[in-house]
Design a protein around this ligand. Structure first.
Ligand code: AMP
Ligand code: MN
Ligand code: MN
Ligand code: MN
Length: 287
């Protein structure tokens, strides 16, 4: 992949989801829609699965869009649940096999526990419905949100998270996710770059975010997502400082899941030019 001279500021999106996890478009639809929106560099980053990448690659084969292998790994840093993006890795790398099998098992077991917890709140058992909605994709809380909507218990996913699934609610069961060191390592073993996703969305103070970035850099982490929907300009500027002080690259992405609200679209997040220190330039060198 070469970012050409006359393409200094390509449209890109290094964070989005498909039906392989909790997105609503199939991998092929994600690629087609990104292409139609002029996205030149797209990473499909489903939660804890590579299941969408082959279909996405097929769909990209007759387009000028450059598909970058991606994943969003759920992991733990100091008891906080953190998301680490892996980008530009070899999807055939044997290191992923056991790691992702462990995440499959953790997520299935968590789903069973979420269903039991909700039953204790006198709700029907939603496990089968949530699994049916996930339809073979990696199971997550959004599938329970959809099941709660289809059972007529809540009206929106937002309400489902506020009442049942969000932080400290009954469906927020504790999971022994892999440590962040393991997430960084598995991505590195597969030849990819690792990026802390949406750092302001973990309820951490900036002091804690700086510590997280120190630890991440020491572990061999590569970058920090500093532009994404909902981040305020002051925070992006501070995250940019935090990155450059630590030699972390910067990244941006839409975290697209669906077209259900008008703020969310592939390729849409506050402008982050592809300049020195941008992760896309480093990816350019490895894929
Ligand atoms: P999980 O990976 O199963 O823990 O679920 C986390 C996912 O739930 C995130 O990636 C979002 O897609 C979604 N999510 C988190 N909070 C909310 C919310 N308040 N409303 C709707 N979706 C949410
Ligand atoms: Mn999600
Ligand atoms: Mn995330
Ligand atoms: Mn995401």
């Amino acid at each position: 992949m070469i970012i050409s001279e006359n393409e200094q500021q390509p449209i890109y999106d290094l964070h989005c989801h498909s039906t392989a996890s909790d997105g609503l478009l199939s991998p092929a639809e994600v690629v087609s829609e990104a292409d139609a929106r002029g996205v030149r560099y797209l990473a499909l980053t489903d939660h804890d699965t590579l299941g969408g990448l082959a279909a996405a690659r097929d769909a990209a084969s007759d387009k000028s869009l450059c598909l970058i292998n991606g994943i969003e790994l759920t992991c733990i840093w100091q008891r906080h649940c953190i998301h680490v993006l892996g980008l530009g890795f070899d999807a055939e790398s044997p290191s992923f096999g056991p790691y992702l099998a462990r995440l499959d098992a953790l997520r299935l077991e968590r789903a069973e526990r979420i269903a039991r917890k909700l039953e204790q709140k006198r709700l029907p058992n939603l496990l089968e419905e949530a699994l049916a909605i996930a339809a073979g994709g990696q199971i997550g809380r959004p599938h329970f949100a959809a099941a709660l909507i289809s059972a007529g218990i809540v009206e929106t996913a937002q309400e489902a998270f506020e009442r049942f699934l969000g932080r400290n609610k009954p469906g927020d069961v504790k999971v022994d996710w892999p440590d962040i060191a393991e997430a960084v390592e598995v991505i590195k073993l597969a030849g990819g770059l690792s990026v802390i996703a949406h750092p302001t969305k973990y309820n951490l103070t900036f002091t804690k975010i700086r510590q997280l970035c120190d630890d991440f850099k020491a572990l061999g982490g590569d970058g920090l997502e500093i532009s994404y929907p909902g981040v305020i300009p002051d925070h992006t500027r501070e995250l940019q400082r935090i990155s450059s002080q630590r030699g972390l690259l910067v990244s941006g992405g839409s975290d697209f899941h669906s077209n259900n609200n008008r703020w969310s679209a592939l390729g849409r997040f506050p402008a982050l030019p592809v300049e020195g220190g941008h992760l896309l330039r480093a990816l350019n060198a490895i894929i």
